[in-house]
Write a protein that binds this ligand. Structure first.
Ligand code: GRF
Length: 199
């Protein structure tokens, strides 16, 4: 059984899809969510974790001397729960190099576009979908990828595509992409576990 640690900053619908996959879906008997950590005290994702009896931890960046010290706190909490694989799910802070080193090849992220397009600094949440609509793209989607020191940079594991429809707004596109996210994140986790964490 693989222990997952999920880092969040917001609503946590991707976290929910991972929890569901562990409890009754494709990750059943293969993975469990050992801990959920948020950098926001009011992230609804923390409530979702508690409802499933999962450890939910808020770590306040403001109480840490700097980003490295904050990341040390995260590393310690994850190691304490013997986390094998870290899943970023709507986590909005950049990981410091000490974190990436501590969980080398053990960190996944989901990005709501078809990387390498529409990735990088500032490309998160509605910014991504607005840029896709503004660029007149015919398709968009989501990418689960390995995490390294650069934003949205590591190799892709799974991509899921959706059409961009005439009249799409940032909101309608985001909704369509989110459905794909919820399907491919558990699939990517399964793929990584099955491959023995090799790229
Ligand atoms: C998702 O679109 C994810 O791709 C992005 O942030 C959003 C988080 O949504 N990184 P949720 O908190 O999982 O509902």
């Amino acid at each position: 059984m693989i222990n997952l640690g999920v880092l969040v900053s917001g609503g946590g619908t991707n976290l929910q899809s991972i929890i569901n996959a562990c409890e009754t879906g494709i990750l059943k008997d293969k993975a469990r969510v050992a801990i959920v950590i948020s950098n926001k005290s009011d992230a609804y994702a923390l409530e979702r974790a508690k409802k499933h009896g999962i450890d939910a931890l808020f770590v306040d960046r403001k109480t840490c001397a700097d980003g490295v010290a904050f990341n040390e706190r995260l590393i310690a909490a994850l190691k304490e729960r013997k986390v094998d694989l870290v899943c970023l799910a709507g986590y909005l802070l950049k990981l410091e190099p000490n974190f990436v080193k501590a969980f080398h090849r053990r960190i996944l992220n989901i990005h709501p576009a078809l990387l390498p397009k529409f990735g990088g600094k500032g490309m998160y949440g509605h910014h991504v979908h607005s840029a896709v609509v503004a660029a007149g793209e015919q398709e968009s989607g989501a990418t689960v990828h390995w995490v390294d020191e650069e934003y949205d940079h590591g190799a892709a594991i799974i991509q899921g595509k959706v059409p961009v429809l005439a009249g799409d707004t940032c909101e309608t596109l985001a909704r369509r992409v989110l459905e794909v996210e919820h399907r491919i994140y558990p699939e990517a986790i399964l793929k990584v576990i099955t491959a023995g964490f090799r790229e």
